[in-house]
Write a protein that binds this ligand. Structure first.
Ligand SMILES: Nc1nc2c(ncn2[C@@H]2O[C@H](COP(=O)(O)OP(=O)(O)OP(=O)(O)O)[C@@H](O)[C@H]2O)c(=O)[nH]1
Length: 594
């Protein structure tokens, strides 16, 4: 145990974590260079394309230091706020962390939030100033920020470049030298923390764990404390580039377990594995991840409902944080109301349904969960505008609030405060990290962040602002349901729940946006916004004058076919509601209001 080092890499998105991890693997010859695929740890296709780490992974390296062999377990963590619970579990499985800061960018919101998690778990922090090969790197200034933030010495900071391969050996030495060996008693009852799981369609779910106490042997009967389920440890082992099975693993080790589990829901990150005989107690800190954003997912072709259900079931087998239940919409028919960890998670689910299952789906306006307190029954959890009780029974409505931390340059403080106040935010705190960098803390409604907040923040700060947030609870708010009608018919899938003060403005802008997004048809379309019975805005889409095909008469046939093809393709993401065709963009129009 004395020569084991368990560590993670924490960084703000794009600060170079994956690139640096690749270099560590190369340097320790965990992978031969020819096997080296760019960004090895991001092995989901989608992850690689998007260049972000969605799921955390772990890999073991061997490294000689001062004449002894060391085993280094790198536990990778995702950088995006949607997946912060996974970050916290990965961190809990380690004794140390590399804190990577891009020397051309400086400290950002996730650098700080992840750092606080690491410090909260008593991890040894090794600060790394990355990308020092960049001509516009600011090593001195960013070092000052790091020193200010964690109170280290200037010489503790390692200068590195994942891209140019600078500082790699120094980092590995520091891991052996500065990070403490794991503690734990191999004789005590088994306590192994699950920090991740991966779905494998042939072998079932692979559970990744870190043993804190006790010893696990192949074939033993184990129990997952929070779910209460028991399994046989069919296979255990360590994670190299390929899995290497082992007969016995003791305290301090990181590894995988395969026991024929087929459903991701049975494996909860943060749960504790113990023995059925001689059970230990759960490692504290288990939390069920709760969805933050809800939206409807509907098949474009109503006949594909069953196929969509089976695809969602399969997707859920390997994405335990996705929740859904059947939903019916008067406009869209049968579909599903889904809960996501955040907007990015929602986009990923939609994309995976389309790529991996070949489904074409319509996503409706995302919404947060409101709590409606009625005069008739107990509190109603409202995950969709259509679930909102009748206005006359509502006593009051509460909505989720978050604490948002924003870090930016001091020149953007004014516009950021204006933006947040416009989003019903309250400034709680403002701290200068350095003379030029400010950290601001706001309390604001989650619903305001869900829509276009992050894009706006990036725009007004010219990219120099980062955001991190956490839920702080529900608070009373004056919310109303805004309905949209097309040719007098209410389209429930276009309804939204908005703050009363903003309802008129929203209604007006939403009608204008829909006028742009709805394709012209052979007849006129009236678009109206209403609160209850009251119409608050109206726009009209004029009727199309000519048949599109008319132009092609007498023209060449292939052109005509092309046009038809194009129309057919365009139709792919459209739904007919009454006699009006609504494209996918229109269902998400609220996200695009400027
Ligand atoms: N110049 C320079 N560029 C780098 C260096 N390290 C990474 N990059 C570039 O920075 C970008 C982000 O690098 P990644 O390694 O994907 O960053 P990451 O932190 O893993 O990103 P997430 O996984 O999304 O959190 C890529 O375009 C890299 O090529 C470096 O040391 N120098």
């Amino acid at each position: 145990m004395k020569n084991i080092r368990n560590f993670c890499i924490i960084a703000h998105i794009d600060h170079g974590k994956s690139t640096l991890a690749d270099r560590l693997l190369e340097y320790t010859q965990t992978v031969a260079e020819r096997e080296m695929q760019h960004q090895l740890l991001d092995n989901m296709d989608l992850e690689r394309e998007r260049g972000i780490t969605i799921k955390s992974h772990a890999i073991q390296m061997n490294f000689p230091y001062k004449g002894e062999e060391y085993v280094l377990n790198l536990i990778d963590t995702p950088g995006h706020v949607d997946f912060s619970y996974e970050v916290s579990r990965s961190i809990a499985a380690c004794e140390g962390a590399l804190l990577i800061v891009d020397s051309s960018q400086g400290i950002e919101a996730q650098t700080i939030s992840n750092l606080y998690l690491a410090i909260g778990n008593d991890l040894e922090i090794i600060p790394v100033l990355n990308k020092i090969d960049l001509p516009h790197a600011m090593p001195e200034e960013v070092s000052d920020q790091i020193i200010e933030l964690i109170g280290c010495e200037r010489e503790d900071i390692i200068h590195a470049s994942g891209k140019a391969g600078i500082g790699i050996e120094e980092i590995l030495n520091a891991i052996c030298d500065r990070i403490p060996a794991p503690k734990g008693d191999p004789e005590a009852p088994l306590q192994a923390l699950i920090f991740d799981s991966v779905f494998n369609s042939y072998r079932g779910i692979e559970v990744y764990f870190r043993i804190f106490n006790g010893t696990l042997k192949k074939g033993e009967k184990v129990k997952f404390i929070n779910t209460g389920k028991t399994y046989e440890a069919d296979e255990i082992g360590v994670l190299k580039l390929n899995q290497e099975s082992r007969q016995v693993m003791g305290a301090g080790n990181v590894g995988y377990l395969i026991s024929g589990i087929k459903n991701a829901k049975e494996v909860k990150v943060g749960d504790t594995i113990t023995h059925v005989d001689k059970p230990g107690i759960g490692i504290q800190g288990f939390e069920d991840v709760k969805p933050m954003v809800f939206a409807g997912i509907y098949p474009v072709e109503t006949s594909e409902y069953e196929e969509l259900r089976s695809s969602m079931e399969k997707l859920q087998l390997n994405d335990a944080s996705l929740v859904w239940e059947p939903e019916t919409s008067a406009a869209l028919g049968f579909g599903f109301r889904c809960g996501f960890l955040g907007m990015l998670h929602m986009e990923i689910v939609q994309e995976r349904l389309e790529r991996e299952f070949d489904m074409t789906v319509i996503t409706t306006v995302p919404s947060v969960q409101f709590h409606a307190y009625t005069t008739k029954e107990a509190m109603v959890k409202v995950n969709a505008p259509s679930e909102m009780p009748e206005p006359n029974y509502i006593d009051h409505i509460e909505e989720p609030f978050i604490k948002a931390q924003i870090i930016s340059k001091s020149e953007f403080v004014g516009p950021i405060i204006t933006l947040c106040m416009d989003k019903r935010g309250i400034l709680k705190n403002q701290t200068y990290l350095t003379s030029d960098r400010v950290e601001m803390t706001f309390e604001m409604p989650l619903a305001e962040i869900v829509f276009d907040f992050f894009d706006k923040l990036k725009t007004i700060s010219r990219g120099y602002a980062s955001l991190d947030y956490e839920l702080i609870g529900f608070r009373p708010s004056n919310m109303v349901k805004l309905d949209i009608m097309l040719n007098g018919e209410k389209v429930d899938a276009l309804s939204a729940i908005v703050h009363r003060d903003k309802a008129y403005d929203w209604g007006k802008r939403l009608c204008e946006k829909l006028r742009e997004l709805l394709p012209r048809q052979m007849f006129e379309i009236a678009i109206q916004a209403a609160i209850g019975q009251k119409i608050i805005s109206r726009e009209t889409v004029k009727a199309m004058r000519k048949n599109v095909l008319a132009k092609c008469y007498g023209g060449d046939i292939s052109r005509k076919r092309k046009l038809l093809e194009k129309q057919k393709k365009g139709k792919k993401r459209m739904r007919q509601v009454g006699n009006v065709e609504i494209p996918q963009e229109a269902f998400l129009a609220v996200l695009k209001l400027d």
